[in-house]
Design a binder for this molecule. Structure first.
Ligand SMILES: [Zn+2]
Length: 455
């Protein structure tokens, strides 16, 4: 007789197991940390461990072969994966709802099916009819993709065993549930246990697997990043719904670097790869408007030019607003304080809004110089010269610090037709200027104000 699986609620902080859910862990007193988990059967656990299948061998005797990779047919996706999809690898594709995760997965499926490979699409969110409509829009309606509407993890595993696909897409992991747990789909326990079941089956059958996961409001996948250690590769799809540009970023990659990003544009016929991201991000830049500065940033190993926009306006609030979109709030506050203290730009009674045009998120300090220039430009009501690109980190005393890869930033600026680069003095020394552009090193923010005639 098959017994019902035993489950317990286990504290994610200290490991305390309780028979039922509690708001607070009785052992470590943390709140909201108890998660339902399947308990191993006591009798099953006592069975002797199986005999080792393989004797240890000398490391030098192990032959390493390049992992089997397949092109997904989407160049920018291949690039972020580290050169293609590795057989039997598990890829978690995360992002806000509606950002285009299903579209990307479907496009990859279509290309793999086009190579004559069996591909299985597990639809938990949408009906097969809805997926068919989307596939038609993408021109993939007649591709050989197999689809099954399913939300039970055990059944999905059965389908994998029967179909033996080269790749499977689960859309989404939040809709899956395992019969081992009683909790609702989307809960931490369900997401983790269901994913674990799929991962072990896909590994055993060398099936590549895309798990689609929605990012919660707190910015994590299904709660506390429960899946990231289970999978080989974690990709985040970024961008905001209002813009067509999307950035695909690897935050973990067992089979490649996490330094690569892919840039896409969402259009009528799905996601198109963007060959020249700088041109795309600068496409709608206003000419001669105060508050706009062009930054040469690094997206992974690739230089990209983006526009930083600032709006400084008189505040009616006791605590003026500081609203950076796409930039770090703490870093922004620090730069505004430097502007006020070192450059005598009056900001304490002004609202300051900042935006990275195109919906990109930037977290490298090399953006500092462009942020300072954009804010000062808006505060002074004076546009920056249209042919200037900036980058550089700014320290607390207003000094401008060198950043990595000044050479490729400069070349990208030159390639996009910018005539002048304003960069840290430390970077300017020893940099072979590209003949198409001039470089001007600045040692501190006062130099910057002088160069840009903002003083
Ligand atoms: Zn605890």
């Amino acid at each position: 007789m098959k017994r019902a699986a035993r489950t317990a609620y286990v504290c994610q902080q200290c490991g305390h197991a309780a028979p039922r859910w509690l708001g607070q862990c009785p052992a470590c007193e943390s709140w909201g940390t108890l998660v339902e988990e399947a308990m191993p059967d006591a009798r099953a656990a006592s069975v002797a461990a199986p005999a080792p299948a393989q004797a240890p061998q000398a490391l030098s005797a192990v032959t390493a072969s390049e992992t089997m990779r397949r092109s997904t047919g989407v160049g920018e996706l291949d690039r972020v994966l580290g050169g293609g999809l590795v057989q039997g690898s598990i890829v978690l594709l995360g992002g806000d709802p509606g950002i285009g995760k299903s579209t990307l997965a479907l496009q990859a499926c279509g290309a793999l099916a086009g190579q004559g490979l069996p591909v299985l699409y597990v639809a938990g969110e949408e009906s097969p009819e809805q997926v068919r409509l989307r596939a038609d829009r993408l021109g993939l309606g007649e591709s050989g993709i197999l689809i099954v509407p399913e939300t039970t993890a055990e059944t999905v595993v059965e389908h994998i065993d029967r179909v033996r696909p080269a790749a499977v897409v689960v859309d989404s992991i939040q809709t899956l549930r395992t019969t081992a747990l009683a909790s609702a789909p989307g809960s931490v326990g369900q997401v983790r246990e269901s994913a674990a079941l799929l991962v072990s089956r896909c590994k055993a059958t060398s099936t590549a697997c895309f798990l689609i996961g929605h990012v919660t409001k707190e910015g994590s996948l299904a709660g506390p990043r429960v899946l990231e250690h289970l999978v080989d590769t974690v990709l985040y799809f970024e961008g905001d719904g209002a813009h067509a540009l999307r950035v695909l970023r690897a935050v973990k990659n067992r089979f490649g670097s996490t330094n690569e990003v892919g840039v896409f544009e969402m259009g009528e016929r799905g996601l198109a790869e963007v060959a020249n991201p700088s041109a795309a991000f600068l496409a709608e830049r206003p000419e001669g408007a105060p508050g706009s500065a062009v930054l040469a940033t690094l997206e992974g190993s690739r230089p990209v030019l983006v526009e930083i926009q600032a709006l400084v306006s008189r505040s009616s609030l006791a605590m003026p607003r500081r609203t950076p979109i796409g930039l770090d709030l703490g870093r922004t506050a620090l730069l505004l304080a430097i502007l006020e203290k070192r450059c005598r730009v009056r900001l304490h009674d002004q609202d300051v809004f900042l935006n990275v045009a195109g919906g990109l998120r930037i977290d490298e300090p090399a953006a500092d110089l462009a942020v300072i220039a954009a804010v000062a430009s808006s505060a002074r009501g004076k546009a920056l010269p249209g042919d200037v690109v900036l980058w550089g980190e700014v320290g607390l005393t207003g000094e401008v610090r060198s950043v990595a890869r000044a050479d490729i930033r400069m070349r990208e600026a030159a390639r996009q037709g910018f005539k002048r680069c304003v960069l840290p003095a430390g970077n300017a020394r020893g940099l072979d200027a590209d003949p198409r552009t001039t470089i001007r090193g600045v040692g501190n923010v006062a130099d910057l104000f002088e160069v840009l005639e903002l003083a």
